[in-house]
Design a protein around this ligand. Structure first.
Ligand code: HH2
Length: 287
């Protein structure tokens, strides 16, 4: 099904005084993990100079946003303490925000890390716990007027893939989004600051992930932009039977479907290749 763009207004979202126009979407969010253990690029960008160079390369390749994370959330990952997360993140965040003109987000669940990242120039908080892991997070986002990605996850990264269960995965996540948006707005976050992400791979079976992509349009009536992070994930590996560094084509297919079903932001590792996917899908949609 092709979808009209009527469900989101001419402003896609706002982030610290920046207005991201709807007609610029679908946006490519390039992933930068400054971690030793991320599932696909762990260890590659621990050196701050390499991390900054990679971020700038993604900008060059056409990224619309850069998402920087310093704690892996892969299934079974061990938590990282605040000091270590800050140590990895802040120098890179500061340098990328100085060099790049596009909006930069911080992928964190900790309010103190989000605050320091915003001070360093980030303008979006990508919280995979949707404000559930740190009671102070909503306030930090509200005070900064930052963009906010509310992502769905069942359980915690350590255990989330052990036995994910839903009566109806789409309905469960829809209800979660409504409840989390209300929590954010009660804390003073503006509706226009919010983006929603079903959290592919976060407490979901293969069937759940595929169903969410197929039925992504069920979330459009919530009136907020949908973010999808399918890039290189295990569920793609299961379908195509390939290791993490050979999932480019599987990722391309997932992203094409996500955009056709209404995704406004796609979070990807391979910006150069996925730029072509976005362009091609858009050309077909607008023909
Ligand atoms: N996926 C990952 C991390 N953060 N944020 C959002 N909003 N959506 C996602 O799907 C999402 C996310 C996991 O991918 P990655 O960052 O590459 O790996 P790791 O968590 O191992 O660092």
């Amino acid at each position: 099904m092709l979808l009209s763009d009527a469900t989101v207004s001419s402003t896609l979202f706002t982030a610290r005084g920046r207005r991201i126009p709807a007609d610029a979407s679908p946006l490519l969010m390039g992933v930068l993990n400054v971690t030793p253990d991320s599932f696909s690029d762990g260890g590659r960008y621990l050196d701050p100079a390499a991390a900054v160079a990679h971020a700038l390369a993604m900008v060059e390749q056409g990224a619309d946003l850069i998402d920087i994370g310093a704690e892996s959330s892969r299934p079974g990952a061990s938590p990282v303490d605040e000091q270590e997360e800050l140590r990895r993140l802040i120098p890179v965040m500061r340098a990328v925000c100085r060099e790049a003109t596009i909006p930069v987000s911080v992928d964190t669940t900790k309010a103190a890390v989000a605050r320091r990242a915003l001070e360093a120039g980030a303008c979006i908080v990508n919280d995979i716990s949707a404000l559930r892991f740190d009671a102070a997070m909503a306030q930090v986002v509200a005070e900064a007027g930052a963009g906010l990605v509310l992502m769905h996850m069942q359980g915690w990264p350590r255990t989330m893939q052990q036995a994910p269960y839903y009566v109806d995965v789409v309905e469960a996540i829809r209800a979660f989004f409504v409840e989390r948006m209300n929590t954010a707005m009660e804390a003073g976050v503006g509706r226009e600051q919010i983006l929603l992400d079903p959290g592919l791979g976060f407490g979901k079976t293969l069937e759940h992930n595929l169903t969410l992509l197929r039925r992504l349009d069920a979330f459009l009536t919530l009136g907020r932009p949908i973010v999808v992070g399918a890039s290189r994930k295990a569920f793609i590996g299961t379908v195509v039977n390939r290791p993490v560094d050979e999932r480019l084509m599987g990722t391309a297919a997932a992203i094409a479907v996500a955009i056709l079903r209404g995704a406004r932001v796609v979070r990807v590792h391979d910006v150069d290749a996925m730029r072509d996917v976005v362009k091609m899908v858009q050309a077909i949609r607008h023909a």
